[in-house]
Design a protein. Structure first.
Length: 69
């Protein structure tokens, strides 16, 4: 993930020595696109902030689990 340009404003910083955990930052006009993008990474993604993005991802995950029966 760190090798690809996902957004013109992105900043990627390693969070551990081997680079297996990163922090991704970007300035976006809204949260819809980034919500879908975060969800595409499944359990490999953890949203640290902003709080509104965390809430959106949590709500979508709950809806997905509910849809599974």
């Amino acid at each position: 993930m760190a090798e690809r340009q996902w957004h013109p404003s992105q900043q990627i910083s390693p969070m551990d020595d081997d680079g297996s955990e990163i922090e991704f930052r970007a300035e976006l006009s809204g949260l819809e696109e980034i919500t879908r993008w975060v969800l595409s990474w499944g359990s490999k993604a953890q949203v640290l902030g902003p709080a509104e993005l965390k809430t959106r991802v949590q709500k979508e995950l709950k809806a997905m689990v509910g849809a599974c029966g």
